[in-house]
Write a protein that binds this ligand. Structure first.
Ligand SMILES: [Fe+2]
Length: 573
């Protein structure tokens, strides 16, 4: 079992003989985004899926090594007197928590003794966990690997190679020099203060021109060794903590920009201040230099290793726009990025590092499916709906796909809940809200009926795998919506609702063998419209993605969704 605890996106994952049989974020149960405490509910879920109790788990891997780079941390703190206190106390508190894990498990009513538990626990450093989550889930026998994020265990970037079941760490960049911190600082400056808001800057960037890249080179310094440094004059992170976790376990990011940055790039955009062209150009510039730095790192890594396959993980690996450009801008030919490339994937990676690298377990099948979370049978759903006194119709699969496709064609917005929930931040057709991608007004329709979100943010297309090259200029597997590709210009008019302002789309390739019911639904839509694509957005409304039928129903009742599909049960307005 792997665990990400006391860290944003707490999660658990469980393996049997190297095969991942369940993985889920704690936020899905707690109903608080990015929940960052000890993931007891995710652990209980994993144990239930495996049909075992804690006593029967052979190894517990926790993705954090409180002793990693301890000397370096102390030295850093001595060099930054007066500041850093929050960072230190947070870190010490977290380190203590991690080393008293036994007590956390005991609280959960387990009869396991502390001594027995202690013998099972392995602590795996943050970036080694990220690296392992990418390479050991990938289809590659051998690959270069990059882990890149804000910061974890005092490291922000780590390169490695992986071969068979072993990892070989090459080099790393330490806190406070961090591409994640750079991106987050500008995310804040652009008026998006919450943990995980970076994707908004990515969505905004295509509305601007990258006019300020050369100014940004003054604070993000590319090094000839293939790495980088921050010009610390522009950042506050050197003097205080980056992320803190309150009593409610919600991650909060401190302001990362310094007064000097405000002098050079202007004031923080206020809450109700509209986005100006300057903001858009700045977003475009931040996105552009981030891409350039990723290419810089990867091209060096490629030369250093001579390998053609690359695996990437860490928060920055969530930059799907950069990911979509990698094969065109680096010498790598094949890419793998796990569905939970962000910190939720630490649970999966810590377990894989332990199983493969430490215990010499053989590699399992590559992971192309993110559907490792909660599941509910038709029987459970029917019972629940009857209990709630909600009227519904039950259909056979064939009738269902036909009925839902028809509703979508008629401008319906459909809540689609089927199979096991997704591990990772993207809804991939198990907990999704769907609409017709051909409609010019689909965005307004969705925003009016469900999500009152920023108008500049794009909606994503799910496309039958066989049709990718017909609609996109690049053809590749994108099972986790981890890449943005250019859409063929002649298709802009056909699928305007999922074509971003720059003519791109963050696609999900839908494979019949991996997600057969979603595939059949899109196919039923294709049979009616000749378009093998659906607009897919996550099933939620300013909350974590729905996990259970109850949450799906509540979301349906709260919003103006037209149809709710819970497995084969359909509720209509
Ligand atoms: Fe991370």
């Amino acid at each position: 079992m792997g665990i990400n605890a006391y860290h944003a996106d707490a999660s658990a994952a469980i393996f049997e003989n190297g095969k991942m049989i369940a993985a889920i974020e704690e936020e899905r149960f707690r109903r608080i985004k990015h929940w960052a405490g000890f993931p007891t509910m995710a652990i209980e879920f994993c144990l239930k899926e495996a049909g075992i109790n804690l006593e029967s788990v052979d190894h517990i891997a926790i993705g954090r090594d409180p002793y990693a780079k301890l000397l370096k941390k102390i030295f850093f703190l001595l060099k930054n007197p007066g500041g850093g206190w929050n960072a230190v106390t947070d870190r010490i508190r977290n380190a203590k928590k991690v080393s008293s894990l036994e007590k956390e498990f005991a609280i959960d009513g387990s009869s396991i003794s502390e001594k027995m538990l202690k013998s099972k626990i392995h602590q795996v450093e943050h970036h080694r966990s990220h690296l392992a989550s990418a390479i050991f889930a990938s289809p590659f026998e051998e690959a270069a690997i990059l882990s890149i994020d804000g910061s974890g265990d005092f490291t922000t970037t780590m390169t490695a190679t992986g071969k068979g079941n072993k990892l070989n760490v090459l080099r790393s960049v330490d806190f406070p020099h961090s591409l994640g911190i750079f991106y987050t600082a500008f995310t804040q400056l652009l008026g998006f203060p919450h943990y995980g808001d970076e994707y908004k800057v990515m969505g905004l960037a295509p509305y601007g021109e990258p006019k300020y890249v050369s100014q940004l080179h003054e604070l993000l310094l590319f090094k000839p060794n293939g790495f980088f440094e921050l010009n610390l004059k522009f950042f506050r992170s050197a003097k205080s903590g980056i992320i803190s976790y309150g009593e409610n376990h919600i991650p909060e990011v401190a302001a990362l920009y310094s007064d000097h940055m405000i002098e050079k790039f202007g004031n923080v955009r206020k809450k109700d201040e509209s986005l100006s062209q300057y903001h858009k150009d700045l977003a475009a510039s931040v996105q552009r230099i981030t891409e350039e730095l990723i290419f810089h790192i990867l091209n060096h890594l490629q030369k250093e290793t001579g390998l053609k396959n690359i695996c990437i993980a860490g928060g920055v690996a969530q930059n799907s726009v950069a990911n979509g450009k990698l094969t065109r801008n680096t010498s790598f030919k094949n890419i793998y990025i796990p569905s939970a490339g962000h910190d939720a994937g630490i649970s999966m990676g810590a377990a894989m590092y332990t199983y493969h690298h430490l215990l010499d377990g053989p590699r399992a099948e590559p992971i192309w499916s993110a559907y490792t979370g909660s599941r509910f049978s038709n029987g459970e759903i029917e019972n629940y709906l009857k209990e709630r006194n909600i009227g519904f119709q039950k259909y056979s699969d064939e009738e269902l796909f036909e009925k839902v496709a028809q509703r979508l064609v008629e401008a319906g917005v459909v809540g689609w809940f089927t199979g096991r929930s997704e591990f990772g931040p993207r809804a991939l057709g198990a907990r999704s809200i769907l609409a017709d991608p051909r409609r010019e007004d689909a965005k307004d329709l969705l925003n009016a009926k469900i999500k009152r979100r920023e108008s500049f943010r794009p909606f994503a297309p799910s496309i039958l795998k066989e049709f990718v090259s017909e609609y996109f200029e690049i053809s590749d597997e994108v099972p986790f919506m981890e890449k943005v590709f250019p859409i063929r210009p002649e298709k802009y008019k056909i699928i305007p609702a999922v074509t971003h302002v720059d003519g791109t789309g963050r696609l999900q390739t839908v494979d019949k063998n991996i997600t057969p019911r979603y595939y059949e639904l899109i196919k039923a839509f294709y049979n009616k419209t000749n378009v093998p694509i659906l607009l897919n957005t996550s099933f939620n409304e300013n909350e974590p993605i729905v996990n259970s039928p109850a949450e799906a129903l509540e979301c349906f009742l709260r919003t103006s969704m037209d149809m709710l599909v819970l497995e084969n049960c359909v509720i209509e307005r």
